[in-house]
Design a protein around this ligand. Structure first.
Ligand SMILES: C[S@@+](CC[C@H](N)C(=O)[O-])C[C@H]1O[C@@H](n2cnc3c(N)ncnc32)[C@H](O)[C@@H]1O
Length: 230
């Protein structure tokens, strides 16, 4: 796969989910008009769809390369907070016989607040768009399934790889999923996510390894890979 072509709705969601897709002009407009107008209008109607598609693909390719060596032989994936699912699409198209389960939110907050979300109220996705994006890139419907976080009917099978890229413990507390993750991991499962407190997880998992450091971002987070609950 060499590129993604996003439609206007998908490009809009990508911009809300990946702040680095916003250029200087849009940042200025956000400052000027505030979060509500930005989330509703500017992030949808003032973006260059071609540029967003190109840059989103580039970012997702980098994410894929970051985790590739840990996942290349794995088949059964869970992604918590995948956004429109660019990374997950690359997994499905590059790794044969893989299956992806998504847990995401199906709403866009009126005024998106980026950063730590104590009560985990923020959502910036649309599950219909997520499904369309994966299907329109020639992945068949038997290779993925999507669960709405707010419907509380999560699947209870074990997963080989659990992913949460810039979502769990980056925007909201790990405890939101602690019990669930414990149920769906076995001794061979790996969990990959971004956090500013990697050491905290040494009390929860037997193995914790930092695989990436974001020193340039405001949050200065680290991507970690964890296995074996203590
Ligand atoms: C910053 S975006 C990251 C999206 C994607 N992983 C990426 O790297 O581009 C965070 C995503 O987490 C989702 N989210 C927020 N709370 C969630 C929850 N409790 N369960 C699943 N997804 C959640 C949001 O809707 C949003 O799509």
């Amino acid at each position: 796969m060499k590129s993604f072509i996003l439609n206007k709705n998908l490009a809009h969601l990508a911009v809300l989910q990946r702040i680095e897709l916003i250029d200087k002009r849009l940042k200025k407009l956000r400052k000027l008009f505030g979060r509500y107008i930005f989330s509703k209008i500017i992030s949808k109607h003032f973006i260059n769809i071609k540029e967003v598609s190109k840059n989103y693909f580039k970012i997702m390719e980098e994410e894929f390369h970051c985790i590739e060596k840990y996942i290349y032989s794995k088949k059964n994936f869970l992604s918590i907070g995948a956004g429109i699912g660019g990374l997950e699409l690359l997994i499905l198209s590059n790794l044969s016989n893989t299956h992806l389960t998504f847990i995401e939110k199906n709403y866009i907050s009126k005024k998106i607040k980026y950063g730590w979300d104590e009560s985990n109220n923020e959502g910036y996705n649309n599950l219909h768009q997520l499904k369309n994006f994966i299907l329109s890139n020639k992945i068949t419907s038997d290779r993925f399934r999507i669960f709405d976080f707010n419907k509380n009917n999560f699947p209870l099978n074990k997963f080989e790889v659990l992913l949460s890229i810039y979502s769990l413990d980056y925007h909201y507390d790990f405890n939101v999923y602690y019990e669930y993750i414990k149920k769906v991991m076995n001794n061979e499962s790996i969990l990959i996510f971004d956090t500013i407190r990697p050491d905290y997880f040494k009390n929860i998992f037997k193995f914790v390894e930092v695989i990436k450091e974001d020193i340039d971002t405001v949050h200065k987070s680290k991507r970690i890979i964890c296995s074996k609950f203590i």
